[in-house]
Write a protein that binds this ligand. Structure first.
Ligand code: FE2
Length: 194
């Protein structure tokens, strides 16, 4: 995927990221292209969101908290318990206020790409899944094959499958689960009666 399809300001921000992170973003953009074409979802919005979703990923917890304060983002206590989860909300604020992106689907897709959220918009669903279905992530965690196997036919089913894997793994490691992830899973279960 070429960077020059993206706005110049965003291209220059991407080029400041570590090579491994940029490589993940590029792989996720390819996955996003496939999923958006499978489901007829606007590729321009999907691609802009995937290209920018990890712009703040390289910051540590303190830098993320400071960055959020600078952007006047209200930080709930759930985020303070796992500050690395703030990289989505911070990148979303940068998109809106530094890069002048007005597409709320793109902004929400970036904001919720790690935790998920109930009733995500179609762009956010694709971005969420493309991030998780980076081929290198599947190699590291073969359980993700389950998500890959349903993504062509059922976006909600794929997100639910991912949430089950995520939550199980967080419980196994005795880690905190962000309430948005639980709420996302509950929403999908109720909506689709899986
Ligand atoms: Fe990512």
């Amino acid at each position: 995927m070429k960077l020059d399809n993206l706005p110049k300001l965003i291209q220059s921000e991407l080029l400041k990221l570590p090579e491994s992170l940029l490589a993940h973003i590029q792989r996720a953009r390819c996955v996003g292209k496939e999923i958006s074409s499978m489901h007829g979802i606007d590729f321009f919005s999907v691609d802009l969101a995937i290209a920018t979703h990890d712009l703040a990923k390289n910051l540590n917890g303190k830098e993320l908290i400071d960055g959020c304060k600078k952007m006047c983002i209200e930080i709930s206590s759930d985020y303070l318990l796992v500050p690395k989860l703030l990289h989505g909300p911070l990148a979303a604020a940068w998109l809106k206020y530094k890069f002048g992106v007005s597409d709320e689907y793109v902004i929400d897709a970036v904001k919720y790409h790690t935790t998920g959220y109930p009733n995500m918009n179609p762009v956010a669903k694709v971005v969420f899944l493309a991030d998780k279905l980076d081929k290198e992530k599947i190699k590291r965690n073969p359980k993700l094959e389950k998500v890959l196997s349903v993504v062509e036919t059922d976006l909600d089913g794929a997100i639910l499958a991912y949430m089950n894997i995520l939550i199980e793994s967080l419980v196994d490691q005795n880690f905190i689960i962000h309430p948005y992830s639980i709420a996302c899973r509950n929403y999908l279960l109720q909506k689709n009666e899986f």
